[in-house]
Design a protein around this ligand. Structure first.
Ligand code: F6P
Length: 366
């Protein structure tokens, strides 16, 4: 008598969370269930693959109602043993013994494929596992939108919506008090969130890592606005926008933490300088993790769902070591190796920046 063993796949979420992770998980479970497959959800990213493996069987019942839920039901970590990026994004090799242990878990559970949902760091680990014969498939996630090979990552639209709403709110209070308000947004080493939200939210000055700026340029814009009868100004500062001397503004990281430096603090420094140089009352708001939490936008739900379904398709087709990506109107895929270790930055002479400049937005450089 032969016993039917269902095809089994795994899924995990790694790195910082982003709105839409649960929508991917749900998409994976629904598509896999249609094929009669079983899905194991590993907890806390790659840590869940370490013996004794920590996972639960995911099905339509226990993943219902999560489509619109922020965070990840599987948990995640972005520092610790499975960290592929350190400092300012330099690559780090994962200890061979850890990769071997992860490989052994996948073998012993007879996984036909392992779906790794994450950004550059998580996908770099996926690639290292793939090179050790683990049948991985990647799904790109990051609010920073800095991954190569995909026009957009899920989570980005939700983060931009959050920052844009913040600007709408700050606009009315800045105007009422005739103040300057600096909004510091996330984005790590790129300015995608800052520029998208800045243009959509009517900012006057946007400071990003891709364009060198100085305080004279910022002050000039504030003065110009005053001269034109607009005595308030909204400034958006990307957390990774380098200070005019070229340095990053970062918070201290715990001595024992392996991982990337924790950016933050530029908004306050810019605000203090503006107040000192103009005498105008200036405030700083740090949007922080509000950009990462909460429900995904409609766009992100749809994109994440499509990614989840297409990741299952890649496993069904036996196409491993690949990452699904968005090239409207299609979801396509590329080798993971092609997408990682290459930061996708905002082109300083692209249409986005040209449009902003045409609107009179200053990047602090003129
Ligand atoms: O990569 C996503 C991101 O939110 C960045 O924009 C930000 O710099 C970083 O993660 C914050 O990480 P943590 O949650 O570890 O502070």
């Amino acid at each position: 008598m032969s016993i039917h063993v269902p095809t089994r796949i795994g899924v995990l979420t790694g790195g910082g969370d982003a709105p839409g992770l649960n929508a991917v998980i749900r998409g994976v479970v629904k598509a896999a269930t249609q094929l009669g497959w079983e899905v194991l959800g590993f907890e806390k990213g790659y840590e869940g693959l370490m013996p004794p493996a920590r996972y639960r069987v995911l099905d339509n019942e226990n993943t219902k109602g999560i489509l619109h839920l922020g965070g990840t039901i599987l948990g995640t970590v972005n520092r610790g043993r499975f960290t592929a990026k350190v400092g300012e994004g330099q690559e780090r090799q994962i200890e061979p013994a850890l990769l071997e242990a992860a490989h052994a878990t996948c073998e012993s559970l007879h996984l036909r494929g392992l779906i790794c949902i994450g950004g550059d760091g998580t996908l770099s680990i996926a690639q290292q596992l793939y090179e050790r014969d683990v049948p991985v498939v990647g799904v790109p996630k990051t609010i920073d939108n800095d991954l190569e090979c995909t026009v957009i990552t899920f989570g980005f639209d939700s983060a931009v919506a959050c920052a844009t709403e913040a600007l709408d709110r700050l606009h009315t209070t800045a105007a009422s008090h005739e103040r300057v308000i600096v909004l510091e947004v996330m984005g790590r080493h790129t300015g995608w969130i800052a520029v998208h939200a800045g243009v959509a939210g009517g900012a006057d000055v946007i400071l990003i890592p891709e364009i060198a700026w100085d305080l004279d340029g910022v002050v000039r814009k504030i003065r110009q606005r005053e001269a034109a009868g607009r005595p308030f100004t909204l400034v958006v500062a990307a957390e990774g926008a380098r200070w005019p001397d070229g340095g990053l503004v970062a918070r201290a990281t715990g001595a024992s933490a392996i991982g990337e430096i924790q950016l933050g603090g530029i908004g306050q420094r810019v605000a203090e300088e503006i107040q000192a140089r103009t005498g105008k009352e200036t405030r700083c708001v740090v949007l922080g993790h509000l950009q990462r939490g909460g429900p995904p936008t409609t766009f992100d739900r749809l994109l994440a769902t499509r990614f989840g379904v297409n990741a299952v398709r890649l496993i069904a087709e036996g196409r491993f070591g690949r990452m699904v990506c968005h090239h409207p109107p299609d979801a396509v895929d590329v080798p993971i190796a092609q997408a990682i270790n290459r930061l996708r930055t905002v082109p300083p002479d692209g249409d986005l920046i040209r449009t902003a400049r045409a609107l009179g937005i200053s990047f602090g450089d003129g």
